[in-house]
Ligand binder design. Structure first.
Ligand code: SAH
Length: 289
């Protein structure tokens, strides 16, 4: 294929929804594009950035069509941007692009050149609005059973809950789909106390942003929909001044005077001494002597 026919497909995550949280790399890719493809809601979010460009908007359920259109247009030599909310690789369009590329027998070096631009995914954007809920091990689970059978999702909730992960629930409910979040609560309750912090973040960084701070026993009293991310704390998560906080480890390893609790290993200092040797190494040696 000649160079003039070599197109570029940039798969771009535009972050949660406002301009401040789109990365410069994503903006650059959008600026350079001739054609912008995306779900109409996301196109609306970046409308002011794409004036004068050709746009292909599609509905929510036309994801395969959207991915194929983007690949085909870029393959024929155009600069195409496929926009996704948050990060395009997190429950987004990026996986579908690879499926389409697989179907057409695309190889690295072929047109289109593929560029994947990361974005702030919902779990990160939402966490920043409530404090530091992801301070220790966490996971994301989508409650949508459109593409994944419910028993498989249930198993993941059970595993995450029993292993004490902080859990970010994507796609928690929709107009028709309300049962899953109720079952998720039942499962998590088996492992965590009813006063475990749970926050609901709707439309983070968008005009209709709405935040509810609740707990495991009560969060279902509030509206949960397609635009909500549910952050469920671990057994270590607490509210401090209305911020949701998950400390880094268990049992407050570090006391404020710098000493360490029984049975715990002190952290290694990364501070170097005059000879450039880590202080921690120096301490170990003096311990041996
Ligand atoms: N690719 C997206 C996720 C798509 S799945 C990302 O990386 O963020 C759609 C789900 O993401 C929604 O049901 C909701 O749970 C979550 N979500 C996306 N944007 C959000 C926002 N601005 N505020 C809160 N939740 C959001």
């Amino acid at each position: 294929m000649s160079d003039t026919n070599h197109g570029v497909l940039s798969v771009v995550g535009i972050g949660p929804g406002n301009d401040e949280h789109i990365t410069p790399a994503a903006l650059q890719a959008i600026k350079e594009a001739e054609l912008v493809v995306g779900y109409s809601t996301y196109i609306k979010l970046v409308k002011h950035l794409i004036e004068g460009k050709e746009i292909v908007r599609t509905g929510m359920t036309e994801e395969i069509g959207r991915a194929s259109a983007a690949v085909e247009q870029a393959r024929s030599g155009r600069k195409v941007v496929l926009v996704s909310s948050g990060d395009a690789g997190v429950y987004g369009m990026c996986g579908l692009v690879f499926q389409v590329l697989g179907q057409i027998g695309w190889k690295r070096g072929d047109s289109p050149e593929l560029r994947i631009i990361p974005g702030i995914t919902a779990i990160n954007g939402c966490a920043s609005l409530v404090g530091a809920p992801l301070g220790h091990d966490f996971c994301a689970i989508s409650l949508s059973d459109l593409l994944t059978p419910w028993p498989a999702i249930r198993k993941k909730i059970e595993a995450a809950a029993s292993a004490d992960f902080v859990i970010g629930l994507y796609n928690p409910a929709s107009g028709r789909r309300q049962r899953q979040i109720v079952e998720a609560q039942e499962i998590i309750r088996k492992y965590r106390p009813g006063n475990t912090p749970v926050s609901l973040i709707k439309s983070a960084y968008r005009r209709k942003e709405h935040i509810v701070k609740s707990d495991l026993d009560h969060f279902l009293d509030y509206e949960i929909g397609m635009l909500t991310t549910v952050l469920v704390g671990s057994t270590q998560t607490y509210y401090f001044e209305d911020y949701m906080v998950t400390p880094r480890g268990y049992n407050n390893k570090y006391l404020m005077d710098g000493t360490v609790l029984d049975g715990q290993t002190p952290g290694r200092s990364l501070v170097l001494d005059e000879s450039g040797r880590p202080i921690a190494e120096k301490m170990e040696r003096s311990g041996e002597a």
